[in-house]
Write a protein of this length. Structure first.
Lengths: 385, 255
């Protein structure tokens, strides 16, 4: 899947054709310093959310000043290990995805669904109101762009409008990856390292600055008024080459036929072997940008006059997650790990028409015992081969 | 409706869990409005006879007298709730369960002959039927108030049996084990404390005891990988919840 570079000013339609935009942009621009764009967006009143350095990782947070954008960071990722290093490269986007992705904004970890109050006639229920100001997600990687689209589809099918409403009020400035972490395998999942979907703005970091590629009228509106130099064909070629090189740098690749393989692996003794190593801690599912499962709890105050219903992230690894009348359906860790990987890599296709995995590698890095999704998938594939 | 009568009892413990109740600040007035404190010597010298609607029991059973007294409390209580690591797992004092009592008392007391204690420190549930357990060292105020509010409303209290890691991720805390190589018991520890340690960059000490089915052996293998020796690993499991089966077994596996 190759990045769409140098198609600025035109929008890729669903059928793959390019259509003109009213707001004509040239075939790409050069932005010297990403802080200039962030500054302009803040100035224009957008809430800008970008990966910022927090406690040794990158976390998408609200930016209050352009200088908060981290520069020179590189991430070392391996199964069960993550380290951010500060270098003096002067580069802005070498560190790829951190533990917490955009999910925590679009699908919050805890969310009040409604509030009930006792009144003269019994009780009344008020839905929870949410304030979502006009927002720009700045620095979304291609794998996460795919993850956002997949989660949006999940909630669309589920009939929960909140995710789509947040997304509709959000503009996206994506970043094509020109450096990958050891745990990245987006190339084999067809989601990166270059953006392949329609996106408002995509940036690609080059020696001479950032190539700016605008894909939608909304993106053009974000850039309006910025003083940007027009990119040369050589800049576009360099960007394409850098992204292609990043794809070649990926040392992990998902077996292409994994969806079918897992369908036939339900009784494999390998599930028990993995269960012996797995903590059933749920980290993999919680860092996964497509995992969407939640649990619902009721809270009431001591006086019994006020009650609230809350939704919060849950996981198929929680013993109580599959609790039905009489007990949990998936009691063993083997059954829970099987559920996770089979849904992610196989039955997601049946349910939502895509893989549930985008190849971001988070579940590999943030598993405290370093269980490697790709290695486990390969073992199943090879077992049968 | 008659306010339910509550009693708070103490066995071998540090009083920290009872203090958590007194520490409920904003909720204390609301609590006083909906429950009647019938027996709480730490808070009031006025005590009422049983029976009690709910008894909260702090502390572990360490003497013959404790064994007798907990039976009486059980008989006088409609609902009995064990609170804290001592009452639910034997507490830090359960460290003695794996050692010789004679040696220990001789090392600590000038006149060990005056001691009249059991060889082990055990949780309340080893002696009487316990209706609910609130974990923690100390218990969480939030869980205490939640338990009372839920009981009054006739709903199930929200005491999730998930790992501390779930609290980390919900809170947005960055994993200290993965991002800094800091040993952490979070993956095998039950959530509920409010993510106190990882959110400030410390590993979890396991105050809330093991999560159901805790796979301590897998965590131990990783702790070795982080460079901890057997003594350090054993010490991690041997703290406030040393007596909890999953931790006790794992600590032994490493001696
Ligand atoms: S399964 Fe793992 S690699 Fe795939 S999207 Fe989820 S966290 Fe990323
Ligand atoms: S695979 Fe890793 S992160 Fe996922 S539940 Fe098992 S130990 Fe935790
Ligand atoms: S810091 Fe500890 S509790 Fe939190 S995710 Fe990491 S291992 Fe789990």
């Amino acid at each position: 899947m190759w990045p769409r570079l140098g198609e600025g000013g035109r929008r890729r339609e669903r059928d793959g054709s390019l259509s003109p935009l009213e707001d004509v942009m040239a075939d790409g621009y050069i932005l010297r310093d990403p802080r200039a764009l962030v500054g302009a967006l803040l100035e224009a009143g957008w809430r800008v959310i970008a990966p910022l350095e927090r406690d040794g990782s990158l976390t998408p947070e609200v930016v209050s000043a352009p200088d908060e954008l981290p520069c020179g960071l590189v991430d070392m990722q391996a199964p069960g290990a993550y380290r951010l290093q500060q270098q003096d490269s002067g580069r802005w986007f070498d560190a790829v995805v951190g533990a917490q992705g955009w999910k925590r904004w679009l699908h919050p970890a805890e969310r009040r669904l409604w509030t009930a109050r006792r009144d003269a006639d019994g009780f009344s229920i008020a839905p929870a109101a949410e304030v979502w100001p006009p927002t720009v997600f700045f620095g979304v990687r291609p794998c996460d762009l795919a993850a956002i689209a997949r989660q949006a589809e999940v909630f669309r099918q589920a009939g929960d409008p909140a995710y789509g409403e947040r997304l509709a009020a959000t503009r996206i400035v994506a970043v094509n990856c020109t450096r990958v972490a050891e745990t990245c395998f987006c190339a084999s999942m067809g989601t990166g390292p270059g953006v392949s979907a329609v996106v408002d703005v995509a940036l690609t970091e080059l020696e001479q600055g950032l190539l700016v590629d605008c894909g939608t009228a909304n993106g053009a509106a974000l850039l309006r008024g910025m003083d940007l130099a027009t990119a040369a064909p050589a800049d576009i070629a360099a960007a394409r080459a850098a992204v292609e090189a990043a794809a070649r740098d990926q040392i992990r690749a998902m077996p292409p036929d994994i969806a079918d393989r897992l369908q036939r692996a339900s009784e494999s003794p390998r599930w028990q072997e993995i269960a012996a190593r797995c903590l059933h801690c749920a980290n993999c599912t919680l860092v996964c940008p497509t995992c969407f499962c939640t649990d619902v709890t009721d809270r009431s105050d001591l006086a019994g006059d006020h009650a609230e219903r809350w939704q919060r992230w849950d996981s198929c690894f929680s013993p109580e997650f599959s609790y039905l009348h009489g007990g949990a359906v998936r009691r063993s860790v083997a059954a829970r790990y099987r559920q996770w990987i089979t849904h992610k890599l196989s039955t997601w296709h049946d349910q939502f028409g895509t893989s549930g995995c985008t190849g971001c590698g988070r579940c590999i890095t943030w598993c405290p015992v370093g269980i490697d999704l790709v290695a486990e998938a390969r073992a199943f594939a090879e077992e049968e081969a | 409706m008659e306010r339910p009568r509550i009693a708070i009892w103490k066995f071998a413990s540090c009083d920290g869990c009872q203090l958590a109740l007194l520490d409920c600040e904003d909720d204390l007035l609301a609590l006083a409005g909906v429950i009647r404190i019938a027996h709480f010597p730490e808070a009031s010298s006025r005590t009422e006879e049983g029976p009690y609607d709910i008894s909260f029991v702090e502390g572990s059973i360490t003497t013959e007298e404790d064994v007798r007294r907990i039976q009486e409390i059980r008989a006088a209580s409609a609902v009995l709730v064990a609170i804290g690591a001592c009452a639910t797992a034997g507490g830090i004092q359960a460290l003695r369960n794996t050692m010789d009592l004679g040696d220990l008392s001789a090392a600590v007391y000038p006149e060990p002959g005056w001691l009249d204690v059991l060889a082990t420190s055990t949780p309340i549930a080893d002696h009487v039927t316990v209706d609910a357990e609130l974990r923690g060292c100390p218990v969480s105020k939030v869980q205490l108030v939640e338990f009372i509010a839920a009981t009054l409303a006739g709903r199930t209290p929200d005491l999730p049996d998930v790992s501390q890691c779930v609290e980390c991720k919900r809170a947005g805390s960055i994993c200290v084990m993965v991002a800094a190589g800091i040993p952490c018991l979070g993956p095998v520890t039950r959530a509920g404390c409010g993510n106190l340690c990882p959110r400030i960059g410390r590993g979890c000490y396991g105050c809330f005891g093991p999560v159901t089915g805790a796979n301590c052996a897998a965590l131990t293998a990783q702790l070795r990988g982080l460079g901890l020796d057997e003594a350090a690993i054993g010490a991690l499991y041997r703290s406030f919840n040393a007596g909890a089966a999953a931790f006790a077994t794992e600590a032994k596996a490493d001696v």
